[in-house]
Structures are given as C-alpha cells and as structure tokens.
Design a binder for this molecule. Structure first.
Ligand code: FMN
Length: 358
C-alpha cells in the first residue's frame, strides 16, 4: 500500500500542472494512505477568461492527468471520480491509488516539471511527421487535432490574434484581470505570471506597468497614443508568425458538462507534455476560443458596446478560420522549437496547497 510519504511526492510533482494565469485552482486533502481528495474551485467571479469555470475545469483535468502520470513513477494506478453532489463552483475529485505490478512508468513522467509555456517567438522549423503523429496519438480518438503550419496559415492566425488582442487590451473587465495576474519586476512568481514570462521587451514592460496603474491612464494611452500597438506586435503578431504551427483541438461532440472540460484538460496536458518530450515548446492561445464561447451564448463580456461588437466580429472570423464545428473547439495553441524561456511561473508550496477549512 502507498504510504503518506509517497502521496506527498506524487502531489509535489503534480502541482506543476498548468492552470490559466497560474491560478492553481485546487487544494489537496490526504484522507487516507491510498485516498486523496482534490478540492477544485474556479475563478469565474473575478476572471473574465474563466467562462462558466471552463478554464478552471481544464486545469483540474490537467492536474488529475498529471497525478495519474506521477503515480506511475511509484508503481501506482490512480483512478479518480467526481464526488456526487459537489457544487459546480467547488467540485471535489476523489483519487484512489492502488499498487499495480504490471504498470510501467509513463514516458511523460520526466517532463512534468520541465514543461513550461513559451510566449516569445519560436523557430519556424517545420514539424516532423513523428512530432505530428505523437501529438495526434496524445490527443486520443475522441479529439481531432487541426494543424495550421504554412506561412499563409500562420499569417491568418496572426491577423486573428491581432484583433483578439485589441479586445483584451481595451476591455475594462479584462484590465482588472491583467492587473491581478502579472507580478511585475520578477522572473519567477509562485502564484501569478512573472513580468519576464509575459513576453514583452523590458522597455514595453516598464511602460505597461506604469500605464496599467489605472484604467483611465490605460484608456487614454490606448485611445490617443496607439498604446495597443507595441504589446500586440510583441505578444500576438510576431509569436503567431514565428512558430512551427498553430493547433486547434476539437471534441467529437459539443462539450457542455464539467466532465467534458475536465477531459479536455487531460488531453491538453497530454499534448503539452508530448510536445515537451519531442523538443517543442507550446503556448496556449485560449482567448479566441473563450471569446467565441461568449459570443455563441450571446453573453456580453463588457459594459462597453464597442468591445462586445468586436467580440462578435472576432467570433465570425474564428468560424471562418477554424472551419466547421467551431463550438467543438476546446483548445488552441502554437508550438515550435525555441531556447528555454528565462522566466517562468513557479507554484505555491505543497503545504500552501493543502486543504484547510476556512
Ligand atoms: C486552461 C488554460 C488556459 C491557458 N490560456 C493561456 C493563454 O491564453 N495564453 C497564455 O499565454 N497562456 C495560457 N495558459 C498558460 C498558463 O498561463 C501557464 O500554464 C501558467 O501560468 C503556468 O505556467 P507554466 O505553464 O510555465 O508552468 C493557459 C493554461 C491553461 C491550463
């Protein structure tokens, strides 16, 4: 039977699973020597990008899949179930561990901690057939992966992201999120995104930090001083062109339930770790997918009409780009070869992540 020390080691490794804006929407409760409860939460009450908690559910899925992979390093099979009657905003997942002598260590195990997001331009070296196949296999049969690889395709995505970024930068409801999730002046952040991992040069970062101190200042800068241009070039346009490919991942049926998004998160993490194992970096490009969710449900993202109209226009472009079954998109990202980013998000310590009754 697994002992408590092994469960700690598994959780200590699994906490490196990715989450939107490094929010780590989970806490761990060790109930027994073979039973851990994951207390999930979501960030929909303050984060515009966590539409109906979907991004958090995907992060829960990434964590559960990482726990499964980490457990194989100790000859343990991890199986989880969603606890009955838990609420949508605070789902609890019960994970049971069981020794299995037939189990091999998962080949993705060594990449759990080294996997990281790369937001800067990457090389345009094309994907190899092996890399493409590995990604398709990692996604599994219930998901289809679409690759956008040619220069013309990447340019189309760059135009889409250019428009998408204008929404992010001029939407007051997004501003409050950006203000909260960036930790300025650091290269490592335990619970946010460190400034150096955002992907802009130091001068632009300095300016952004100053301008983002108040919405009025940012709004003035955007309106009269072309404030969105430099960040959009650096954060969206150039990275979109300079990469090997963009991917979209679609489910076979329209995702609706919490479990649908948890499953999508498991796939996202398998694909991401597979990219790392194959020498590729990845950056999620989730905001067009998220804005499309808002638009298709006719839910306004902003108090500003101009922003809502832009979201609807973007959704139309996204449909044209992504082809049929747009509502089945659960993930979009870019991938490519690059040097290791010099800055990354770290994580809260295991003891900080332990469940405590408030
Ligand atoms: C569901 C989900 C959505 C994400 N969306 C974006 C995104 O749109 N753009 C981006 O740059 N990073 C995105 N990320 C990456 C996270 O910000 C990143 O994983 C987190 O800050 C931890 O950093 P690390 O991956 O380097 O460990 C997303 C991650 C997850 C799990």
């Amino acid at each position: 039977m697994p002992d408590y020390d092994i469960l700690h080691k598994i959780l200590d490794l699994a906490r490196w699973a990715p989450s939107g804006d490094n929010t780590q929407p989970w806490r761990f409760e060790i109930i027994d020597h073979n039973h851990v409860a994951i207390h999930g939460h979501d960030t929909r009450d303050w984060c515009l990008y966590d539409f109906e908690g979907r991004a958090s559910y995907m992060a829960h899925g990434a964590l559960l899949e990482t726990i499964r992979i980490a457990a194989t390093g100790y000859g343990l099979k991890a199986v989880w179930v969603l606890r009955a009657e838990t609420s949508a905003t605070a789902p609890i997942y019960d994970v049971e561990f069981e020794p299995d002598s037939t189990l091999m260590r998962d080949p993705l195990y060594p990449f759990i901690e080294v996997r990281t997001v790369q937001r800067r331009p990457m090389r345009t070296t094309p994907l190899t057939a092996n890399q493409r196949t590995a990604i398709q296999i990692a996604a599994g049969e219930d998901y289809t992966v679409q690759f956008f690889e040619t220069l013309a395709d990447r340019y189309e995505v760059a135009k889409l992201l250019w428009q998408n970024a204008h929404i992010r930068l001029t939407c007051p409801e997004a501003y409050v999120v950006h203000k909260q999730i960036i930790e300025w002046g650091v290269t490592v952040s335990q619970d946010r995104i460190p400034e150096r991992a955002v992907g802009v040069d130091p001068l632009t970062a300095c300016l952004m930090r100053w301008v983002m101190q108040s919405w009025d200042r940012l709004d003035f800068f955007n309106r009269y001083l072309f404030g969105t241009i430099a960040p959009r070039i650096q954060l969206d346009f150039l990275p979109a062109v300079f990469c090997a490919a963009h991917l979209t991942i679609k489910t076979v049926k329209v995702p609706e339930t919490l479990i649908d998004f948890v499953s999508a998160g498991m796939v996202m993490q398998r694909v991401w770790l597979t990219c790392t194992a194959n020498g590729l970096f990845l950056q999620p490009e989730m905001t067009p997918v998220i804005f499309n969710w808002y638009s298709s449900r006719k839910i306004k993202i902003s108090r500003l009409d101009a922003v809502n109209q832009e979201v609807d226009k973007l959704a139309k472009k996204f449909h044209a780009f992504s082809g049929s079954r747009t509502e089945q998109n659960v993930f979009m990202c870019r991938i490519g070869i690059s040097s290791h980013p010099s800055s990354r998000s770290a994580r809260l310590s295991l003891s900080d992540l332990m469940w405590r009754l408030e």
